[in-house]
Design a protein around this ligand. Structure first.
Ligand code: HMG
Ligand code: MG
Length: 314
């Protein structure tokens, strides 16, 4: 068995996590979360998205979030954009990286993006051209890579096709999203092996939601076949407003604990990461989903109110 010596964690909590919360957090709070995650050593953080405020009101004000971040050493901050309008706003706000998000399921694409897969890839071609022109790195997502909330099982060929198209558009990395968290380790590994026939494995990342508690096992199975970039979310926050019933992303704390326990470097300081967990759990007024955070923080996670602006109801 071979594991990579190092794994890059892509922290998606400020975007995938907060987009699914019932409350809309003030931009200063979202910025503070990003600062704490950066203090913990996370070098790649998804800061928000530049999408329709009607579709995802929780992500409104993403430019304000970016403007409010105060850090001497900034991590690479990415933002999700659905079209060129989103790209223009993200670029003007000073993001370091653009993320585009297609789906392997036609039904999910229509609900999430208001158009089918083919049309979405056409829009993303415009974003890719703009990103190239601006010199901004482009990352891609394939949602519903292991199942769709509307169509059920998705053929591997469909996932591979969309991943290859994103790669061809210029994505330096494509993240395979188990949007509804139904995957199991052998299915996850088969998926990666199949996509790796079309895209070099170094350009593939994995993105597991943890609805059925399989995410850590899935990640481990993928690391064994050469994956070394993993998306995760502080406190296990997350979900997609267009994937009903889906749980949060795998918790960053749990991924980091597993990796460090296996001798794999991440650059993340586990103690400092818990500061971010404590902060956001207190803001949201509920315990973290992360097992590691629960074990380490216990009831303390909720007993201290942080010095930060409070959440306001949506
Ligand atoms: P639409 O309704 O089909 O099309 O939305 P539209 O062009 O008529 O736009 C609707 C409204 O949005 C209009 O405003 C536009 O001006 C505005 P109105 O006239 O009604 O006042 N609009 C925008 N506003 C701000 N920024 C923009 C923008 N574009 C249009 N960039 C659209 C199409 C794509 C805009 C919409 O469906 C949308 O924003 N979708 C985003 C959905 C989303 O963010 N989903 C969650 C992220 S995906 C995810 O979580 C999965 C992932 O984690 C991986 C995984 O887990 O698998 C990445
Ligand atoms: Mg997701």
């Amino acid at each position: 068995m071979t594991l990579p010596a190092q794994v890059q964690i892509v922290e998606v909590g400020p975007r995938d996590g907060l987009q699914n919360e019932a409350v809309i957090l003030p931009v200063e709070t979202r910025a503070r979360l990003i600062e704490l995650l950066a203090h913990a050593g996370l070098r790649r953080i998804e800061a928000g998205s530049f999408v329709s405020e009607k579709a995802v009101p929780q992500m409104a004000g993403a430019a304000g979030v970016l403007a409010s971040i105060r850090l001497l050493q900034k991590p690479r901050l990415a933002a999700l954009v659905p079209n060129v309008r989103g790209f223009d706003a993200a670029a003007a706000a000073g993001v370091d990286e653009i993320a585009i998000f297609a789906a392997a399921s036609e039904s999910f694409s229509r609900r999430n993006l208001g158009c089918g897969i083919e049309e979405s890839l056409g829009r993303f071609a415009g974003v890719a051209a703009a990103a190239k022109h601006a010199g901004l790195p482009l990352r891609g997502y394939v949602s519903c890579a292991l199942g769709c909330p509307y169509e059920g099982e998705i053929e591997l060929g469909r996932v591979t096709d969309v991943a290859r198209r994103l790669n061809d558009l210029g994505c330096y990395e494509t993240s395979l999203g188990d949007t509804i968290g139904v995957g199991t380790p052998l299915a996850a590994r088969r998926l990666v092996e199949r996509v790796a026939q079309s895209i070099p494995i170094e350009r593939i990342a994995v993105h597991f939601h943890d609805t059925y508690g399989q995410a850590l096992a899935n990640i481990f199975a993928c690391l064994e076949v050469g994956i070394s970039v993993v998306d995760s979310s502080v406190a296990g926050l997350g979900g997609c407003p267009f994937a009903p019933g889906a749980a949060g992303n795998v918790a960053t704390e749990d991924v980091v604990y597993m990796l460090h326990g296996c001798g794999v470097e991440t650059g993340v300081d586990e103690g400092r990461l818990l500061e971010a967990t404590r902060f956001i759990s207190a803001i949201l007024d509920r315990p973290p989903e992360s097992k590691v955070a629960r074990a380490r923080l216990g009831s303390e996670a909720l007993s201290r109110r942080p010095c930060a602006p409070n959440a306001s109801s949506a």
